[in-house]
Write a protein that binds this ligand. Structure first.
Ligand code: SF4
Length: 313
């Protein structure tokens, strides 16, 4: 949740502040990954195409120029598997109000690629390193070499420092039982090298074991919009299979989607906590521990079927 006005100092949410224009845009420019992480739906997805056409990602950027957007050129993929990434970053950064950031496993960040991304002007790189030893790391990130990731991350930091680039570098570890014993050492090591090192919670993807939704509003969609490789827009980045589509940027502008009837209908339902009436959200318990004050939690009117009516379709 990125809107700082929404969660009060006491941890409660009393108002939902939707941005007038999206502040964050996630673009899935390809559908490749070098890892098969057990907690990620990537290995089971059958969406396509494998590559977003150039004109589609360029249109998304052009539609939102000068709005101060932070672009995230990845979704359910590994951004460094995208050969066009330096060119995409360069294109976005022609807008002086724009920022670009990636979350990456770091396993493909060769020196050549690192230099290209820094030269293109990338603003933030977050390395996901879920262990502080090969034994702990590699079961969490099958397919990625731990020693290589550590080498590439340190190399990227050194290149950034030597070149005087302004890129912010963060290292994060998903907080899991399997790596608890290494967390203190991880934080000590990486805090001495990167700009930040943090632990993050493990998300439970919707439809991955939940039998009912948390009947609460949602903080995920207040200021973010998301695009698949074919240009369609899922409601949420946790939609791995198009259960909740709200638009198509090959036929609409980004702002038409942001302000469109499908998005408005979703917001109205979520504002009332009625996730049960949105197929995607009907098996999502995100933000279940957040205290929403002043939002009626309405009981579902019918038993949950798993195929709740979806106003976007
Ligand atoms: S409630 Fe819906 S929009 Fe919100 S995080 Fe869950 S799946 Fe995404």
């Amino acid at each position: 949740m990125s809107n700082p006005r929404t969660i009060a100092a006491d941890g409660t949410v009393r108002e939902l502040h939707y941005a007038e224009t999206p502040r964050f845009i996630q673009i899935e420019t390809n559908l490749a990954c070098n890892a098969k992480c057990p907690f990620c739906p990537y290995a089971h997805m059958d969406r396509g195409p494998m590559l977003m056409e150039d004109w589609v990602w360029q249109k998304i950027v052009d539609d939102t120029r000068d709005l101060g957007v932070t672009y995230r050129p990845f979704l359910i993929n590994e951004p460094l598997s995208e050969k066009r990434l330096p060119r995409i970053v360069d294109y976005i950064k022609r807008d002086t109000t724009a920022h670009v950031e990636i979350n990456t496993n770091g396993g493909l960040l060769t020196e050549k690629r690192a230099r290209a991304l820094l030269d293109a002007g990338i603003d933030v790189v977050r390395f996901s390193i879920d262990g502080f030893s090969r034994e702990t790391y590699e079961p969490a990130r099958p397919g990625v070499d731990y020693d290589k990731v550590v080498e590439y991350t340190n190399q990227f930091i050194a290149l950034r420092d030597a070149g005087g680039y302004g890129c912010h570098i963060e290292v994060r570890m998903i907080d899991m039982q399997e790596n608890k014993h290494e967390q203190a050492a991880f934080l000590e090591y990486w805090r001495a090298r990167a700009d930040a090192a943090i632990l993050v919670p493990l998300y439970q993807w919707p439809w991955s074991g939940q039998t009912a939704p948390a009947l609460k509003p949602c903080l995920k969609i207040l200021d973010e919009i998301f695009f698949y490789t074919d240009g369609t827009a899922p409601l949420c980045c946790w939609d791995d299979s198009g259960r909740g589509l709200v638009g198509d940027v090959t036929r609409q502008s980004v702002l038409e989607i942001w302000n469109g009837a499908e998005m408005q209908a979703m917001r109205q339902l979520l504002n009332r906590g009625r996730r049960d009436l949105i197929t995607l959200c009907s098996r999502c318990d995100a933000y279940k521990d957040i205290r929403f004050v002043g939002f009626e939690e309405e009981p579902a009117s019918a038993p949950q079927s798993g195929a709740a009516p979806d106003p976007a379709r």
